[in-house]
Write a protein that binds this ligand. Structure first.
Ligand SMILES: NC(=O)c1ccc[n+]([C@@H]2O[C@H](COP(=O)([O-])OP(=O)(O)OC[C@H]3O[C@@H](n4cnc5c(N)ncnc54)[C@H](OP(=O)(O)O)[C@@H]3O)[C@@H](O)[C@H]2O)c1
Length: 275
């Protein structure tokens, strides 16, 4: 019994040290972008928003942010199925849902792609237990096919594509998922070159689900990881994306947004919404 207690204490101390080390690392290494205090904002930059992955933990918060933004006039959700938030939005006339099956083919969206200004791409999943080929199809082929179809329908800005790739994304990384997400960031940016589209890779750390989906563990993790800027709320991330879209002349095509950068843009977004 005594030995068990000792082991439990050792484990707790180990965990506490790990959390402290992670926070120190985050505080020292993250955050290279500073939103300018007086950047001009394009009031129509987020007029029409399209959300992918809205039934997921991240996408649900991105959708919540888009629905709450007073500058957003229309929200399209492209999805395989509905969710309570999508259902409520459709019932209130705030969302148009397009049921979609093949995310490598967007011909069914040809009637609306030309309207869209901002895309919030939370579609994606864990690499655990997934073969490399399927992972590549979902995380590279899907977004590349979408951006190709979007640019065929429209090339005039303001247009912004926000892809939640995640912390650790690295085209030269050791892991397949990290390399493939890095490749996707680069490929969509290359497609956008010379057009009015800017693409952004959001290398977020832990993304706390929206208040409707989060539980006590999520909030505990958030409290533990906030000091090192290693957590962002999903709705907060949506706000950061909308702010980056609206600041049409601030960040270049292909910019990488780490978790601390996301927090900084979310703060700028909140300041603009309630000055
Ligand atoms: N959660 C985090 O803390 C975190 C942090 C950093 C980065 N990310 C990244 O954010 C992305 C989303 O993560 P999540 O936690 O929100 O995952 P999630 O809760 O599993 O949601 C995944 C979303 O993607 C859709 N999706 C997955 N596979 C699909 C497919 N083959 N075809 C069409 N739709 C598909 C799902 O649609 P269905 O409902 O139809 O399955 C769902 O809307 C992932 O790329 C993840 O790596 C997440």
């Amino acid at each position: 019994m005594k030995a068990l207690k000792k082991l439990a204490v050792l484990l707790l101390v180990g965990l506490a040290l790990l959390v402290v080390a992670l926070n120190i690392w985050g505080a020292l290494t993250l955050g290279s972008l500073r939103p300018s205090a007086n950047a001009p904002v394009h009031e129509h930059a987020n007029q029409v928003v399209m959300v992918f992955g809205a039934t997921g933990s991240v996408g649900d918060g991105l959708l919540k942010a888009a629905m709450a933004d007073p500058d957003v006039e229309k929200v399209y959700v492209v999805t395989r199925r509905s969710s309570p938030r999508i259902e409520a939005g459709v019932a209130q006339g705030e969302i148009e849902m397009r049921l979609h099956e093949d995310f490598t083919d967007y011909s069914a969206l040809a009637d609306i792609l030309g309207e869209v200004n901002t895309v919030l791409w939370g579609l994606g999943t864990t690499s655990l237990g997934m073969d490399d080929e399927t992972y590549t199809r979902i995380h590279v082929d899907f977004p590349v096919a979408f951006v190709t179809a979007w640019l065929a329908a429209r090339r005039d800005g303001p247009m912004a594509f926000h892809y939640v790739t995640g912390m650790g994304t690295d085209s030269d990384g050791a892991q397949h998922w990290a390399r493939e997400k890095g490749r996707a960031e680069r490929e969509v940016a290359a497609l956008a070159e010379g057009s009015g589209l800017r693409t952004f890779g959001h290398r977020s750390a832990f993304i706390r689900p929206s208040s409707e989906q989060a539980n006590a563990m999520h909030y505990l993790l958030e409290a533990l990881l906030r000091p090192g800027a290693l957590v962002i709320g999903s709705e907060e991330l949506g706000g950061a994306m909308l702010e980056i879209s609206a600041r049409t002349s601030e960040l270049p095509n292909g910019a990488i947004i780490d978790n601390a950068d996301g927090i900084a843009y979310a703060q700028a977004y909140r300041a603009r919404q309630s000055p």
